[in-house]
Design a protein around this ligand. Structure first.
Ligand code: MOS
Length: 739
């Protein structure tokens, strides 16, 4: 078994010294790059009646204004699952406020910006739908769900009748707002045509997804398109889909016959790359007097756009998190004139578990029961929805270890009973869960004559530590220190890997890298054993091992030689092998999820309604943790993400115009250092031999799940007020506090 390491990020030094180059920082070989600036719709629905570009074209340095009238024609039908219907200047339709309607292209960014402001758009307006339905059982059920993978609704047992007959009932509506991802690095694309080949530097969570989309749009073989994305300054889901600006940059480059760079402004990142959709969720829980669940009903509706389809799967966790014979879940969509929503860190679970775990807390109060005891009483030992055993589930230990570290037992059950001076103190908890995902991936490993190794895999490092885990795997399998391993990723010229989304990167690429490593290692040991000049000659390769850059005899470690010595004698420049791995039968046999428990202490100012998180303990069981240091960091980041969801983050849309009104970092409030208290992360030991050969379940999204519910539950404990509408800002609390 590979030991857990605590290696520092191998790309850390590059990042803090500015040596890591991001998409916008690249320049084409010839220094002839043009700059593109988007012109966006100011209405929510209608058609472009006319576009006057005369004044824009007079700006010195302007090369072209691309509109639907002169834009290259592309094939909208062939670009993959998530892009059909994207508005890409192929017609005059306007479907939301902020839609890209023209692109100003100029020799400098400033000229392009000025020209963009001078483009005059005239519209024929249509009636826009700007408010989503507030009724989670009203409009139609979508046909597809989680992108075609699951039916949109499920039922087992007799949920309605059992709920009606339940001794204790919770029946509430919970709301979550639109949220935007706001990674530090804005989206950026540099597109360059070399004949019929297209080279694109792009801030991307999915270089192969981008390649498929662009090849489809332009009718090119995929081999003619290369996407490069060596460093990504955060994505959180926003860089997973091939958003229109990427294609528009390539179209602009084609139109003018020169490389084009397009960088989104922070404001444009509220209109151009998806968002976590607003949801309204109706949760009904029925229980007997002992706290045993007899019915769980979770009906969710989420905002969708006027084009495309994205469904927020809020009810999936409700299907499997607790043991209950009678469960019904539905998902509905409400089309409005806004951009397409998308995946945002823990899509489905982040919003859905907020509702479910708030309702569970309400049930605990109704029963007069401790919230952990209620969850243990309804602990699911198998997945009752899929009717399968869990590959592993160590949630009990998460509750226990989290509660112990948090000192949960000091909680006095009565709301408003704990104080610190004038502040109201509240303690709350919630469960976290996220599915284990995995996709096919390939990798190449090369052990070189100088005793270093290179590992190549077309995955992405979105700040999560992919470079580090890749290097670590090679270091561990080939017995090399990390500074002798170079990892290469973020390039479609490398072996194919999936989107860095769904917490699946490590689970997908590690087995492929491992396979390549084992092949290199086997070849190397074979060579040594077969080489008459090797000190290991004649030994069975089974008796050999690798460590500290050497091949050695396991039983007699001083007997051996360096890789350099062996490769030099053999006249080999390198020993190289490919590896690939894909999911097996495990998904058919097991239900695979990671789990955790979140514990929060809040202090509420009774005069101002201001909520401060004072302490957070998160205990997570996610299989093998590949790197305890980068893993802890990722878990803290996930919890902070949930804190923003709970307390500050919401994208506001003007109901008259459909325009985002707080599209700046000053108005859209993400937590900053002063908002974030001490966070304690507990990695609960868990061995899972089924999920994948490494036993790693993935940790990118799990820690976000449950955080908002734990905070809402703590706020209730502190104040006696149940806020069922995120975020929990002072205005929602203040009236009830002045008692
Ligand atoms: Mo994530 S929302 O799967 O990038």
């Amino acid at each position: 078994m590979i030991p857990i390491t605590t290696a520092s990020r191998v790309d850390g030094r590059l990042k803090v010294t500015g040596g890591a180059r991001y998409a916008a920082e690249f320049a084409p070989a010839q220094d002839n790059v043009l700059h593109a600036v988007l012109v966006q719709s100011t209405i929510a629905a209608g058609r472009v009646a006319s576009i006057d570009t005369a004044r824009a074209k007079q700006v010195p340095g302007v090369v072209a204004i691309m509109t639907h009238e002169n834009a290259p024609r592309i094939d909208l039908g062939k670009a993959g699952d998530m892009t059909p219907g994207f508005p890409l200047l192929q017609d005059d339709r306007v479907m939301f406020n902020g839609q890209h309607l023209a692109v100003a292209i100029a020799t400098s960014f400033e000229a392009a910006q000025q020209a963009a402001q001078l483009v005059e758009l005239h519209y024929n307006r249509d009636e826009a739908t700007l408010l989503m339905s507030d009724n989670p059982t009203g409009t139609s059920v979508p046909q597809r769900f989680r992108n075609g993978m699951r039916p949109p609704a499920s039922t087992r047992g007799t949920p309605q009748a059992s709920f009606d007959a339940a001794a204790v009932k919770i029946d509430q509506i919970y709301r979550t707002p639109i949220e935007h991802h706001n990674p530090m690095e804005p989206h950026a694309t540099l597109a360059e045509w070399q004949g019929d080949r297209l080279l694109v530097h792009n801030a991307s969570q999915s270089v192969f997804g981008n390649r498929k989309a662009l090849a489809g749009f332009f009718g090119l073989p995929e081999d003619n398109v290369r996407i490069v994305s060596p460093f990504v300054g955060g994505g959180f889901g926003s860089k997973g889909v091939s958003w229109p600006h990427i294609t528009l940059a390539a179209m602009a480059a084609k139109l003018v016959g020169q490389p084009v760079k397009l960088v989104l402004t922070r404001r444009q990142m509220f209109t151009s790359n998806g968002y976590r959709p607003k949801t309204v969720q109706h949760v009904r829980l029925g229980a007997d007097r002992d706290g045993r669940l007899t019915a769980v009903l979770h009906d969710g509706i989420s905002q969708n756009s006027a084009y495309g389809e994205f469904s927020e799967p809020v009810g999936l966790a409700s299907e499997m998190l607790y043991s209950c014979p009678n469960v019904a879940v539905t998902h509905r969509l409400s089309k409005v004139n806004q951009g397409l929503p998308t995946f945002m860190r823990a899509p489905g679970e982040a919003s859905g578990v907020y509702a479910l775990e708030s309702a569970m807390d309400e049930l605990a109060w109704a029963l007069g029961m401790d919230p952990i005891e209620l969850r243990l009483k309804n602990y699911a030992d198998r997945d009752e929805h899929e009717d399968k055993p869990f590959s592993s589930k160590t949630l009990r230990a998460c509750y226990e270890q989290g509660a112990a570290a948090f000192d949960w037992k000091r909680r006095v059950a009565q709301p408003r009973s704990m104080r610190d001076g004038r502040l109201l103190i509240g303690l709350g908890m919630a469960t976290a869960t996220y599915p284990v995902n995995r996709s096919e991936a390939a990798a190449k490993v090369r052990l070189q004559a100088d005793g270093t190794a290179i590992v190549r895999c077309g995955s992405q490092d979105i700040g999560t530590g992919t470079y580090t885990v890749m290097a670590q795997l090679v270091g561990e399998h080939l017995g090399l220190p990390l500074d002798r391993v170079r990892a290469e990723l973020g390039d479609t010229a490398l072996p194919q890997a999936p989107v860095s989304g769904g917490s699946q990167s490590v689970a997908s690429i590690s087995p492929a890298i491992r396979e390549a490593c084992l092949a290199v290692r086997a070849q190397t040991l074979q060579l040594a054993a077969g080489d008459p000049a090797s000190p290991l000659h004649g030994l069975d390769p089974e008796e050999l091992d690798v460590a500290d850059g050497r091949i050695l005899q396991s039983a007699e470690k001083s007997r051996g030689e360096t890789y350099q010595a062996l490769l030099a004698r053999q006249g080999r420049a390198a020993i190289e092998a490919d590896g690939s791995a894909k999911p097996g039968e495990e998904k058919q046999k097991f239900s695979m999820h990671s789990f955790g428990a979140q514990f929060v202490e809040v202090a509420v100012d009774p005069d101002l309604g201001e909520v401060r998180v004072r302490r957070h303990v998160g205990a997570f069981a996610a299989g093998r943790i590949m790197n305890a240091k980068t893993g802890r960091s990722q878990m803290i980041g996930g919890i902070v993400f949930g804190m923003g969801m709970a307390l500050t983050e919401a994208t506001e849309v003007d109901p008259r115009s459909g325009r985002v009104t707080n599209a700046t970092m000053a108005d859209y409030l993400v937590p900053v250092h002063l908002d974030v208290p001490e966070i304690e992360v507990i990695m609960v030991a868990e061995q899972d031999d089924a999920v994948n050969p490494l036993g790693a379940k993935g940790i990118g999204e799990l820690p976000t799940v449950g955080t908002a519910a734990a905070i809402a539950n703590a706020v209730y404990h502190a104040t006696g007020q149940r806020i069922r509408d995120l975020p929990i800002r002072p205005d929602k609390l203040i009236d009830g506090l002045s008692i």
